[in-house]
Design a protein around this ligand. Structure first.
Ligand SMILES: [Zn+2]
Length: 155
């Protein structure tokens, strides 16, 4: 068995640095990073397991064989996508759409909400006072959004 190559999600939310949040979706099972919150194009999709999100970019996935599938929005060529690390099925990739109105989905990815877990990676400010306010504010949102907070230490 070769060593698994795991990519880090490119977070297009801004420059790195203190007082910043990286919003990442990870594998529900093995915690490998898949996508940035900032790469969501739509949250209004329906997957096999309920609500699903459309992303413009996803990493650490492997593709199944292409097949023709009749979806709510018509015929598409899609392939299922799997976590490269734990092989769980996550959703699918749109290879080709036949209806003109659906062409924007070509090359995009569906991740099922039920199969991913949102994490905010916090890079807290250095000043102790600002730090306390920042942590409290983010913890409030995390409990509403049911996501995990992870703190990156600032040296
Ligand atoms: Zn996984």
């Amino acid at each position: 068995m070769g060593r698994l190559y795991i990519e880090t999600v490119h977070d297009s939310g801004g420059e790195g640095g203190e007082g910043r949040v990286r919003k990442i979706f990870k594998c529900k099972w093995c915690k490998v990073e898949f996508a940035s919150y900032y790469d969501i194009l739509s949250k209004e999709f329906q997957g096999r397991f309920g609500r699903a999100y459309l992303f413009r970019n996803v990493v650490n996935i492997s593709l199944g064989p292409s097949e023709e599938r009749l979806l709510v929005s018509g015929w598409h060529t899609v392939c299922d996508i799997y976590c490269t690390s734990c092989q769980q099925i996550l959703g699918w990739k749109y290879e080709k759409a036949y209806e003109e109105s659906q062409k924007y989905k070509e090359g995009m990815y569906i991740l099922e909400k039920e199969r991913i877990h949102g994490t905010w990676l916090l890079i807290p400010p250095k000043s102790m006072q600002a730090r306390a306010r920042y942590m409290e504010w983010n913890a409030g949102w995390a409990s509403i959004l049911k996501i995990t907070l992870q703190t990156i230490p600032v040296l």
